[in-house]
Design a protein around this ligand. Structure first.
Ligand code: I3S
Length: 127
């Protein structure tokens, strides 16, 4: 609806393409499976969509739905270059024990993402 659309726009902090892999679900370790993901930071959530470039016209409609979404309240963010051979990797851990690695080849871009997500996490502590 138009109201929802305006709410999303007003709470939009950041959006862009990052490499992503989930490495734990509810504290249980998962096998890495890196893929490009369209990441949207809106309100208290980090929302993941399939990389639009990887989509065919027939999957455009299904691509509108997020693949998954992360509640940032109580989440923890750490640089994690020890957890991957890739550069510029950080780990996001949710209160529910889900862990994601996010990565970009571009140093400035990954620093911006780290700082913006951290500022949302910090803001939620005092809210
Ligand atoms: O931490 P790991 O196990 O070295 O992660 C690598 C593997 O997940 C590998 O997949 P398989 O071993 O399942 O085929 C991935 O292709 C690599 O990308 C993973 O390592 P990096 O260092 O890229 O996070």
């Amino acid at each position: 609806s138009q109201t929802l659309c305006l709410k999303v726009l007003s709470e939009l902090e950041k959006a862009g393409l990052l490499n992503k892999t989930k490495i734990a679900e509810g504290g249980r370790k998962l096998r890495k499976n890196w893929s490009a993901s369209w990441v949207v930071l809106v309100g208290n959530s980090l929302v993941f969509f399939k990389d639009p470039k990887s989509q065919t016209p027939s999957s455009w409609v299904s691509g509108v739905r997020p693949e998954s979404s992360v509640d940032l309240r109580g989440a923890q963010l750490h640089w994690a270059n020890d957890l991957s051979s890739k550069k510029n990797v950080f780990k996001l851990r949710t209160v529910t024990g889900n862990e994601f690695l996010l990565q970009s080849e571009t140093d400035s871009l990954i620093k911006e993402w780290f700082n913006t997500i951290q500022s949302v996490i910090d803001r939620l502590v005092t809210q």
